[in-house]
Design a binder for this molecule. Structure first.
Ligand SMILES: *[C@@H]1O[C@H](CO)[C@@H](O)[C@H](O)[C@H]1NC(C)=O
Ligand SMILES: *[C@@H]1O[C@H](CO)[C@@H](O)[C@H](O)[C@H]1NC(C)=O
Ligand SMILES: *[C@@H]1O[C@H](CO)[C@@H](O)[C@H](O)[C@H]1NC(C)=O
Length: 395
């Protein structure tokens, strides 16, 4: 494998580390915008109405004990005063009490809201039991993904626009909330570079990130943010690792990808190009009721067809997170089977970039204030200027 200088295959390593990610709400300007369903929840107006005989419990307590990054949970609720617009919000981190959020001087409001983060999703309490308004009882099923923090569930009355907090659940957590997850492959700046971006909760000072990779049957090489040379045009396996201060390792699942052909090599490269996919929730959470359910069909079809194409170009409007950055986690999880297997090359859409008076193409608030930062941080692309998504890539 060595001694093939000039015909090598290089891998460079990119790390994305979120250590203290909080989802701060300041998006009342989104009201009436109608594009990000979470924006329909008026967090800043939520009042406390905790009721001692209302209850909400979530199980199991511990998720991902076999390393899973996606799990189903049951949320059991009981309300003495059920109403048709009761809803359950899913929060992460579990403690959404505003005393845990940075003081923002009210962002123009009279006082701080009781709740300072948006839920990551929600369902109406009657979702699984049409007789909820009579019985006051329901069991809701939610699908959670590992996203660096614990979870709690809260029962609200009064609908989305005039919500009252009635009960808060126990918190539940993935066994290792910091685990490396959702790898994203992208071609590098030259034909023989593959890059990997992933998400983990480990701070760079807390653990050394690296990729262990190689030919499936060959010895695996560890690449601590460096470059290695291998045969071209083969299948490689890889896994993501973090070495902790005590010398122990935390590993991701094992993945594989196929290296690009060298320039001029006679080969068939099949390309998928699409935009405007969005995301949706497999548990049918109402946040996206009829919003972009087709994104799951597109994702599933691309996963089924993985052997029939070599690269994907998602040319903008990816999760439509519009400032609700938890939605980027949900999106990277939704496309992980694709992005961990073939290069997932992105471009910017109005929902990644646009904001008034910031030099965006349209002078609209369509990015919800993201201004491209989330897109360019979550995904790699071989552009000279990270803020400009202009690049060429050899395939
Ligand atoms: C469930 O709640 C939603 C929201 O309030 C309402 O639109 C819907 O009609 C309810 N469904 C039933 C079966 O009561
Ligand atoms: C929020 O936290 C503060 C400080 O820990 C506490 O005094 C307050 O009661 C909490 N509020 C709720 C609704 O739990
Ligand atoms: C999309 O997926 C849903 C859920 O699996 C299915 O009911 C629906 O028929 C699919 N739509 C198309 C156009 O394939």
């Amino acid at each position: 494998m060595k001694g093939m200088a000039g015909k090598g295959f290089n891998m460079i390593l990119l790390i994305l580390c979120f250590t203290n990610l909080k989802i701060i709400l300041g998006h009342e300007h989104m009201d009436g915008f109608g594009e990000q369903p979470l924006a329909k929840i008026a967090i800043h107006k939520i009042l406390l109405a905790l009721h001692s005989s209302a209850s909400i419990t979530a199980a199991p307590f511990l998720l991902g004990i076999k390393g899973e990054d996606t799990e189903w949970v049951n949320v059991e609720l009981h309300s003495p005063n059920p109403s048709v617009d009761d809803w359950v919000g899913v929060f992460s981190p579990a403690n959404f009490n505003s005393s845990t959020c940075p003081y923002t001087a009210g962002v123009g409001k009279v006082e701080e809201p009781y709740i300072c983060t948006a839920p990551i999703k929600y369902k109406y309490a009657n979702d699984s039991n049409p007789r909820y308004t009579e019985t006051g009882k329901a069991v809701l099923k939610f699908q959670l993904i590992n996203q660096r923090a614990d979870f709690s569930f809260a029962l609200f009355s009064g609908g989305l626009s005039d919500a009252r907090l009635v009960a808060v659940s126990n918190s539940i957590s993935f066994a290792n909330p910091k685990a490396p997850v959702y790898p994203r492959l992208a071609l590098g700046k030259s034909w023989d570079e593959m890059t990997i971006t992933w998400t983990s909760g480990y701070d760079i000072n807390e653990a050394v990130p690296f990729v262990e990779w190689g030919l499936p049957e060959g010895s695996q090489t560890r690449s601590p943010a460096g470059t290695l040379t291998f045969n071209r045009n083969s299948m490689y396996t890889y896994r993501l690792g973090h070495m902790l201060a005590d010398g122990s390792y935390v590993w991701s699942k094992k993945y594989s990808f196929k290296a690009s052909p060298y320039p001029g090599q006679n080969s068939l490269q099949r390309v998928i190009i699409f935009g405007d996919m969005g995301k949706a929730e497999r548990d049918g959470s109402n946040e996206y009721a009829n919003y972009q359910p087709g994104s799951l069909n597109t994702t599933d079809q691309l996963i089924k067809d993985l052997n029939n194409y070599d690269i994907v170009f998602h040319i903008g409007d990816m999760p439509y997170a519009n400032g609700y950055i938890s939605q980027w986690d949900q999106f990277t999880a939704q496309v992980q089977e694709i992005s961990s297997t073939v290069p997932y090359m992105i471009a910017s859409g109005n929902h990644e970039r646009d904001w008034p008076n910031t030099g965006s193409f349209y002078d609209t608030p369509d990015s919800g204030g993201e201004c491209g930062v989330l897109a360019e941080t979550m995904y790699y692309f071989p552009a000279e200027n990270r803020a400009k998504f202009w690049y060429a890539t050899l395939i």
